[in-house]
Design a protein around this ligand. Structure first.
Ligand SMILES: NC(=O)c1ccc[n+]([C@@H]2O[C@H](COP(=O)([O-])OP(=O)(O)OC[C@H]3O[C@@H](n4cnc5c(N)ncnc54)[C@H](O)[C@@H]3O)[C@@H](O)[C@H]2O)c1
Length: 361
């Protein structure tokens, strides 16, 4: 199969969808890999490294989209890419359709095969491609929160870990999946008083066993959210219902009850965000203030650490790219149930159950 790797064009997106090591594996299997000029540069991978792996460098995304049977990307296609996508072309990338009706319509119109990284799902419910990016975003969410809590950034001016004789900050993490668990790990390591909430009691039981004693697990319900949020200096939202829009758990009224100049990092913004007041931001202008609370809602947090993220992403995607390239999407999704769950839009029809049931109105 001919596999195309375009350069990412989303603002401050420095990741690339395949490492040279990944390209070499695909070339050895007999596939052709086309990589756009300088696509890997920000992740520290030169055109030369891709050429040495057997990939061919093309100079424009137009050439990549025109030649490739499968496009492998990092982030969703942007409007300037929509016209380049061809009928029956496989697109394998993060889409987050539920947050983006315009993208959903464009992919339906193009009659392509949209397979979304974020809904590829193992039998045990875990999301093997989203997970490494979530681990990165989870770890970063605490360092981002710490930064914006500094006074000169408009924050409360509190040190997460406190010092001997002075109380540490309180961190509330809603959603104890991949993002939440990694956030809790870093938060507890920094000595913050950490609360992590989820609706999955088994998950809370597991985290209670493995995380240090400065992490308290709590069932997620409106009362618990309200009582911890009132005292929180940093709130991290990391809930997910796969394929669906993020549940809106944090109302404007709840924000009014929080301490002024505290910080919310809404990691789940890529699926719509969990606050009544959330709206997507980018790395150029990552924050805004509503109800005296700093909101950080960047949709591609791992894009800021591409050297780590690109390798972590290829580690997770490569086995699936191999299957799609060697078997074609039909046989690959028939033989691999986790990949079948990634099918979102098929030649103009929405096929993913969560997206099908979702109303954009
Ligand atoms: N902004 C970014 O750059 C970025 C990067 C990576 C991941 N994400 C997003 O972060 C979100 C979380 O990803 P993840 O990999 O941790 O997902 P996950 O599936 O591992 O975890 C989600 C958790 O949310 C819990 N949950 C669902 N409803 C809840 C509720 N009402 N209250 C409390 N918990 C609830 C689930 O039980 C689950 O444990 C996703 O939307 C993902 O797309 C964003």
């Amino acid at each position: 199969m001919i596999i195309g790797i375009p350069k990412e064009i989303k603002k401050h997106e420095y990741r690339v969808a395949l490492t040279p090591a990944g390209a070499e594996v695909l070339v050895e299997l007999g596939h052709s890999v086309l990589v756009e000029h300088n696509a890997g540069l920000a992740s520290n991978f030169s055109d030369e490294a891709y050429s040495q792996s057997g990939a061919k460098i093309l100079h424009s995304s137009e050439e990549i989209y025109a030649a490739a049977q499968m496009i492998v990307k990092v982030k969703e296609p942007l409007p300037q890419e929509y016209p380049l996508i061809r009928k029956d072309q496989i697109l394998f990338t993060f889409f987050h359709f539920a947050a983006n009706p315009e993208l959903t319509q464009a992919m339906c119109k193009s009659n392509c095969i949209s397979i979304a990284y974020e809904t590829v799902q193992l039998e045990n419910g875990t999301l093997p491609i989203l997970t490494p990016m979530s681990e990165i975003a989870g770890r970063m969410s605490v360092q981002i929160g710490a930064h914006y809590l500094q006074k000169e950034e408009g924050g409360r001016g509190i040190l997460l870990g406190g010092v001997p004789g002075v109380s540490p900050a309180t961190i509330l993490i809603i959603g104890a999946g991949s993002v939440g668990a990694q956030a809790a790990l870093i938060a507890s390591g920094l000595n913050a008083r950490t609360f992590i909430l989820d609706i999955n009691l088994e998950r809370l039981r597991y985290l209670n066993d493995i995380l240090p004693s400065n992490v308290t697990t709590l069932m997620s319900n409106p009362q618990n959210i309200q009582s911890v949020a009132r005292n929180a200096d940093l709130l991290i939202n990391s809930t997910l219902i796969p394929g669906a829009r993020t549940p809106k758990l944090i109302t404007r009224e709840l924000l009014r009850s929080m301490k002024a100049n505290s910080v919310i990092v809404d990691v789940a913004i890529d699926q719509g965000g969990g606050l009544e007041t959330s709206r997507p931001t980018d790395h150029d202008n990552p924050t805004y203030v509503e109800e005296n609370i700093i909101h950080y809602c960047v949709t591609n947090i791992p894009g800021a650490v591409p050297i780590t993220s690109t390798i972590a992403l290829t580690n997770a995607t490569l086995p699936y790219i191999e299957k799609l390239a060697s078997l074609g999407w039909e046989k690959a999704t028939q033989s691999c149930p986790d990949l079948a769950k990634g099918l979102n839009i098929l030649r103009g029809s929405i096929v993913h159950p969560a997206l099908k049931n979702f109303s954009f109105k």
